[in-house]
Design a protein around this ligand. Structure first.
Ligand code: ACO
Length: 325
């Protein structure tokens, strides 16, 4: 049987930095509040002419370069995003054109912040079944476009960026387990109300600010702390491993207090937990791949290391995977 693993990763974040102090000037908030409640210090904001595919492209190019795979060798492209360039065509199709990946099928996945790990699971299934050899998985978000800059309870949390991974066959190691889950009962806790078939764009939806993300932060927080622990433990169990085998935890970057809860539960030293939300905020589907790539770049991943990726988000959804690097 073919084993699937990650052959290379890449990341891209826009140049423009928006600090907490910049936000203090725009709205009734403070660096102190944002830092102590979330751990975020600054985030990146895309240029006006940058859409999701523009952030995805350099991240994808880097992942291909690191993997040593040509774009023409790709059999498939998956883009996980809540902020696609358009409702259709898919951002994946636009990325296929940019890359010249003419042999690849392409489609987008909507699983909010869990999207990248959902994408890895789909890609791994294609590779393991022999239906594809190389699949590019990208998490790309321009959350600044759906952020309500008049709502301080959400505006301080999000940022823009993209991360990518090439999934393909590996001789040993690779993905050891996946856990994917959803609870549509919590669908209303995190939602972009308008712009779909339920509330198509109209003067009214614009006036009512329905094209911006709405979140019940407190309920999502409680859900997140619980599901991060449950999904992680289940992924380790399915891999036949325990927390003591873990070399690196790459959690979704929504709130440092949520990450700290996971770190405490698994009694992990700080060097085994990847944190980048201080610099980027929550980049939804881009958070986990950017964190994974930065860990790789920083030399925090050695062959044979056991890595746990775990995320939660709108849907509600959650996902975790254990892999041997
Ligand atoms: N600046 C200053 N004060 C603020 C701000 C702000 N930016 N935002 C809220 N406050 C105030 C509130 O008005 C409230 O004041 P009050 O007590 O007078 O009513 C007070 O701060 C506390 O507000 P809470 O909402 O209770 O703050 P909490 O500690 O719960 O933190 C937060 C809020 C950061 C949103 C937290 O609930 C959280 O991180 N939730 C999880 C969010 C998440 O993980 N989302 C991930 C999904 S992302 C995706 O799928 C796209």
């Amino acid at each position: 049987a073919v084993r699937a693993g990650i052959l290379g990763t890449g990341a891209y974040v826009p140049e423009q930095v928006l600090t907490n102090f910049d936000l203090e000037r725009k709205m009734d908030t403070s660096d102190e509040w944002i830092r102590t409640r979330t751990g975020i210090r600054e985030r990146r904001i895309a240029r006006e002419d940058q859409a999701a595919s523009d952030l995805a492209f350099p991240a994808a190019e880097e992942a291909l370069r690191v993997a040593g795979i040509a774009a023409a060798d790709l059999d498939g492209i998956l883009v996980a995003t809540t902020t696609p360039d358009h409702v259709f065509p898919s951002t994946a199709a636009l990325l296929q054109r940019r890359l010249g990946a003419w042999n690849a099928w392409a489609f987008d996945m909507s699983a909010a912040c869990s999207g990248f790990i959902y994408g890895l699971a789909v890609a791994a299934s294609f590779v393991e079944s022999g239906r594809a050899r190389y699949v590019l998985v990208v998490g790309a978000e321009v959350l600044s476009r759906i952020t309500d800059w008049e709502d301080r309870t959400t505006a301080v949390l999000f940022g823009d960026g993209a991360g990518a991974a090439v999934v393909g066959p590996v001789a040993e190691g690779g993905f050891l387990s996946f856990v994917l889950g959803a609870d549509g009962g919590g669908a209303d806790l995190l939602v972009l109300p308008a712009g779909g078939s339920r509330l198509p764009a109209s003067h009214r939806t614009v006036e009512e600010r329905q094209h911006f993300l709405k979140m019940n932060g407190r309920e999502v927080f409680k859900f997140a702390v619980r599901i991060m622990a449950e999904a992680s433990e289940e992924a380790l169990r399915r891999a036949g491993l325990t927390k003591d085998d873990l070399d690196l935890l790459v959690p979704h970057q929504a709130n440092l207090r949520i990450i700290d809860a996971a770190q405490e539960r698994f009694q992990l030293p700080p060097e085994k937990v990847v944190v980048n939300l201080d610099r980027y905020g929550n980049m939804s589907a881009a958070s986990t791949p950017v964190a994974l790539h930065e860990a790789y770049r920083a030399g925090r991943l050695s062959p044979g290391n056991v890595v746990l990726l775990v995320a939660f988000g709108g849907g509600l959804t959650w996902a975790a995977t254990v892999l041997r690097w």
